[in-house]
Design a protein around this ligand. Sequence first.
Ligand SMILES: *Cc1c(COP(=O)(O)O)cnc(C)c1O
Length: 354
Amino acid sequence: MRPCILINREHLAHNVKTILKLCEGYGIAITAVTKVFGADTEIARILVDNGVSMLGDSRVENLKNLRNINAEKWLIRPPMMSELNEMVRYADVSLQTEIDSICKTADIAERQGRCHKVILMADLGDIREGFIKEEELLRAAVAAAKMKSINLYGIGVNLTCFSFVQYDTEKLEQLCRLKRRVEEETGHKLSVVSGGNSAAVDLMMKGGMPASVNNLRLGESVLFGKERAHYQFLPDMYNDVFSLECEIVELKEKPSLPWGTIGVDSYGKRPVFTDRGPRRMKAVCALGKQDFDPDTTIPYDEDIIILGASSDHLMLDITDSKKQYRLGDYVRLKLGYFSCMRAFTSKYVKKKII
Ligand SMILES: *Cc1c(COP(=O)(O)O)cnc(C)c1O
């Protein structure tokens, strides 16, 4: 059988309720980010059933999956000019960074008879998306505030995604100051100050979040119970919502070191092998880098060592395991962020909510 992602409904529901309550204590609402699980409808429904009222995804195609779910839908990546029609149809809110894109969004929203909410993104150092120059952001705000089919909804920032610049009180004070400047220039109150992603949770818990910040866009912390500034597990949260089962297709005693002349891998790097002794029990599983990411995956059985993977084979050292594995048995892996994302993207992997 094909490898299968198992989604633990109870653990997910618990995480959602716990993080909502935690953030509520700091006056912060959550936009739950669905891109890790490809905005699967059933999983999104678990989020909404447990109190989430806003869902965010970076892809319009994913938001389309959520069309029958009762929540405010956010597109959290600047939209492609070529997808604005669909974007306005499936997203209630978008994070925007280009005046031209906002203008075209307004035209399309008007044609569709809709009002579209816009959050302007400021780049405060991560050099990913967002306005760097204050004048440019203010100009976009003033323009957007005049457009009939646009609701200038808020301001936001994203850090710790490309340059891994950290959130701190000073940067978020800067965002709050920009909010006040936008309000002065447009004479329009902004509803949302979206202060970041799971890397901002630690700052919030330490009481460093300025009072005006009232929203966070959270994926990893909700789904994996992990904040991203220090990669700590959050108290009273589960980190095993997503796991993956794969089948053993070969089981043999093999040495830990390869033999022959060793070349380079597909990235041009020379592989390194650890000599763990001459007689190690190896399992090959029907799973590969096409379906998961070995670096962000941990076996449930703590005595198993992941040796590595190629596109379609996963090699495990099961010598120390207390369990007697047999050919055809399933091995269960705990999925981290990127591994989970890849598993959900792979058409070779099934999904099951348990
Ligand atoms: C992916 C993403 C998030 C969620 O990030 P997590 O670290 O998973 O919480 C938030 N905002 C934007 C703009 C994103 O692209």
